[in-house]
Write a new protein. Structure first.
Lengths: 114, 111
């Protein structure tokens, strides 16, 4: 399967700071990437769909000004959590869409906001 | 609203037996069906996908699709303790659309 990387794998930050997470498709070009959030023992929650060269499409209830998504190239999408607070602590996972519509997931970024 | 339903489990299966995981979906227009495995604390990993009615086999895994009944299943033969994980069923209605995930079935293989 295709390889998707995320950086960093974990981050601890102070409340009020911003955190940027990178998602890269390493061996294929992904016109569409997705960002998910997962709280412990809960299901994956889709936050937004990121299309290369255009604005992201956010799911209902996700604040676009708080979770900034940029998909600058066919291999890179970034998620910036602005003014992070403890309730934003979660497991953030990106995925890249393959030709058949399947999604290949990155390893995830565990964010802890103190 | 499009929904994908799975029994949350846990489903306990003895080592070496066949584990059967089931999933139903609400949107008849769904075209692609996926099974993912997620270990605790890790991200989901694609096991296989299926588009057409019938069975699709890949090693110890067999996906079964019945569009008339709107269900998808995953069979795991010769279950191993390493198969213990949460299995996510997912559905999409076009190759360019987002995937709708079920909440997952927790599978436990007992030695």
């Amino acid at each position: 399967g295709a390889v998707v990387s995320q950086h960093p794998s974990w981050v601890i930050c102070k409340s009020g700071t911003s955190v940027k997470i990178e998602c890269r498709s390493l061996d294929f070009q992904a016109t569409t990437m997705f960002w998910y959030r997962q709280f412990p023992k809960q299901s994956l929650m889709l936050m937004a769909t990121s299309n290369e060269g255009s604005k992201a499409t956010y799911e209902q209830g996700v604040e676009k000004d708080k979770f900034l998504i940029n998909h600058a190239s066919l291999t890179l999408s970034t998620l910036t959590v602005t003014s992070a607070h403890p309730e934003d602590s979660s497991f953030y996972i990106c995925s890249a869409s393959g030709r058949a519509g399947e999604q290949f997931f990155g390893p995830g970024t565990r964010l802890t906001v103190l | 609203q499009k929904e994908v339903e799975q029994n949350s489990g846990p489903l306990s299966v003895p080592e070496g037996a066949i584990a059967s995981l089931n999933c139903t979906y609400s949107d008849r227009g769904s075209q692609s069906f996926f099974w993912y495995r997620q270990y605790s604390g890790k991200s989901p990993e694609l096991i296989m996908f299926i588009y057409s009615n019938g069975d699709k086999e890949d090693g110890r895994f067999t996906a079964q699709l019945n569009k008339a009944s709107q269900y998808v299943s995953l069979l795991i033969r010769d279950s191993q303790p390493s198969d213990s994980a949460t299995y996510l069923c997912a559905v999409s209605y076009s190759s360019a659309s987002k995937i709708i995930f079920g909440s997952g079935t927790r599978l436990s293989i007992r030695p």
